[in-house]
Design a protein around this ligand. Structure first.
Ligand SMILES: Nc1ncnc2c1ncn2[C@@H]1O[C@H](COP(=O)(O)OP(=O)(O)OP(=O)(O)O)[C@@H](O)[C@H]1O
Ligand SMILES: [Mg+2]
Length: 230
């Protein structure tokens, strides 16, 4: 257990969805999780257990039916969507299974784009930061490649560089290695874990891979709507 600052806190989250055939499915029944500064936390659980739903609620991309979400000690779930978006752009970076790079922009421009969205683009300074992050991602030789000219693992590393652009406190990753072969997945995983050990960000990672889960500072399993430390 880390003794650092609490970065992200989701408390007693409840969420039900209407089933298409009528009735309600109770997916989360009071799930709670804290993420501390520079720690990595993995979330595992069966398909349909509610992992993505929980991550989306922690990111304020979805509203809980009950419970609270705090970022750096500030309650977030009750804020307006626009206030949430503005805070999210500074506070969080995202890496998903399909990494959603913009096809018309090259690797460097995709990374810079995160700063544009957050209204933080500062000309050459931002360009140089994007280049530095791509170097960190081992993509110094791929700055001008379009997504269509990159391999799956390279695209995923561009997505990680993009997620880091605004110096987020935490990276949220939903099965970021799901589409990658073993070796490439390992490289992406090492990069994500190194963020925490180098003090760049905390990591909240959904993974089905038990080996990856073991390598995070803490592992949590979502089962029957509850998050339990394992
Ligand atoms: N918008 C929605 N409307 C109705 N049901 C939903 C909705 N979103 C999610 N669900 C249901 O909630 C449950 C949890 O979904 P979720 O995507 O969180 O699972 P998961 O643990 O991420 O699964 P996987 O490992 O397959 O990605 C599923 O049974 C799903 O059908
Ligand atoms: Mg999921």
């Amino acid at each position: 257990m880390s003794s650092g600052r609490k970065i992200l806190s989701a408390v007693e989250i409840r969420k039900s969805f209407k089933s298409p055939g009528g009735g309600l499915t109770e997916v989360l029944k009071g799930a709670s999780l804290d993420v501390f500064e520079n720690e990595s936390v993995s979330i595992s659980g069966e398909s349909g257990a509610g992992k993505t739903t929980f991550l989306n609620i922690a990111a304020a991309l979805e509203s809980p039916d009950a419970g609270e979400v705090h970022w750096l000690g500030r309650r977030i779930d009750a804020l307006s969507n626009s206030a949430q978006s503005a805070l999210r752009a500074e506070f969080m970076g995202f890496v998903f299974q399909n990494c959603c790079l913009i096809p018309e922009l090259n690797a460097r421009e995709n990374v810079e784009f995160a700063a544009r969205i957050a209204g933080r683009h500062r000309g050459r300074k931002s360009r140089e930061r994007a280049e530095g992050l791509l170097e960190f991602a081992g993509l110094g030789g791929r700055m001008r490649h379009l997504p269509s000219q990159l391999s799956g693992g390279e695209k995923q590393r561009v997505a990680i560089a993009r997620a880091l652009m605004n110096e987020p406190s935490v990276i949220l990753a939903d099965e970021p290695t799901g589409n990658l072969d073993e070796r490439t997945g390992e490289a992406v995983m090492q990069m994500l874990l190194s963020l925490c050990s180098e003090g760049r960000a905390s990591l909240l990672l959904i993974t089905h891979n038990p080996d990856f889960a073991r390598r995070t500072s803490r592992s949590v399993r979502i089962s029957h709507g509850i998050a339990c430390e394992v």
